[in-house]
Design a protein around this ligand. Sequence first.
Ligand SMILES: Nc1ncnc2c1ncn2[C@@H]1O[C@H](COP(=O)(O)OP(=O)(O)O)[C@@H](O)[C@H]1O
Ligand SMILES: N[C@@H](CC(=O)OP(=O)(O)O)C(=O)O
Length: 453
Amino acid sequence: MKVVKFGGSSLATGEQFDKIIKIITDDPKRQVIVTSAPGKRFTHDTKVTDLLIQYAQTILAHQNPNAIIQTIWQRYAEIGQNFALTAADLQPLLTQLTALATTNYPSDAYLLAAFKAHGEKLNAQLLTFVLQKLGYTAQFWDPQTIGLTVTDQPNDAEILPETYAKLRQLTVQPHTFYIVPGFYGLTSHQHIATFSRGGSDITGAILAKGLNAQLYENFTDVNAVYAADPRIVAQPQPIKKMTYRELRELSYAGFSVFHDEALIPTIQGQIPINIKNTNQPQLPGTMIVPQQQLQPHQIVTGVASDNHFAALYLHRYLLNKQVGFTLQLLKIFYKYQISYEHMPSGIDDLTVIFDRRQFTPAIKQAMCQEIQATLQPDQLEWIDDYAILMVVGEGMANKVGVVQKIIDSLAQNQIGLHMINQGASRISIMLGTKQADAPKAVQAIYHTFFHEE
Ligand SMILES: Nc1ncnc2c1ncn2[C@@H]1O[C@H](COP(=O)(O)OP(=O)(O)O)[C@@H](O)[C@H]1O
Ligand SMILES: N[C@@H](CC(=O)OP(=O)(O)O)C(=O)O
């Protein structure tokens, strides 16, 4: 049995639904289908998830939601009409969409989560109706009834381990499709909580592990995972095969084609992943496999960059001899519930790099004041203009001179570095640059490793 996830672009229109139905009916092993919410139909279109966020904001502002409900509803109705579903057939979906406005939620954050989750919840039910109308046996698997249980973080939830025991009890009958909405689960108090944005990939991975699928197929709108983001490098090289840990590092640093957290269940379950294009399903796509199944042919597999970081730089003479400095610093981070990503240090200085999206201006100011007062650094600098680049490859592990090549290519392009750090696994090198330099840096490194070898 295969778990198959379709991204928002693959489910954006009736025409796209036609393609995905052809895909799932072409292979009898494609039985568990995970849906995203309808995505963009054209470049400047709005994803249904973003429309649902607008709907939630309308309710929170006590404004009339009729117009936004209509806009959202049109997206589903259009798809339904493609399959001759009647207004009566679709009524249960419209009822759920409008009921969102009058339901009680434990907090505004849970309200937002429930609204967002309905993008996938309605789409999964719509696909179930369509398949049934076409004469297939299809069943909607509600995350609540299958036991997809998550932590109490309404918009950034994580899966709880008891989910897997529940999933193991499910049976997949032959000749039946099971349609599961991606992106959310239920907390132990039965409130809807979503994963972070792009999180339908995570649902697919959880199901693939929990049901012990032979393969997790992830259908999107590109032919493969490329060695660089195609929006940064023109016609980058497609990657045929890569390891879980390579994709995890690259997704973490900007390869938005697959959610970095979705790698974890697949690694735990050792489920291979195949990333494929809904619009060109005959192409092989990219296979993601365990380390032992890959013989690296080149040094670098991919180079990624992401801008959602910021850094705090602290300088203090004799920092190396001061007991408890880092402990005090991390206690302040803990107090403000801020997680950090990396902490490169020198003799007299320390940089903490974190996800900028965790901060409000008020938290930033309060934390800086407290760090200044408690630790009295000689210098404290907040660096908002921070991008992280990740150069990744299993082939880098035993190779001498890779760092030199990277630095030379950046120097030739007059790109300065905030930081350079080689991961303990030796399959990745992380670089910090100014945000404006990041695309140029990706291009320079890509061309060094992919055009000179
Ligand atoms: N290295 C990469 N290889 C392929 N696509 C990438 C890469 N980095 C970023 N992307 C982007 O990821 C997009 C697909 O992810 P996403 O929009 O989340 O798809 P979906 O709607 O199918 O979930 C591609 O259209 C592409 O612009
Ligand atoms: N619809 C959600 C979750 C998701 O995974 O979407 P997509 O498959 O379109 O990236 C979002 O937009 O964040």
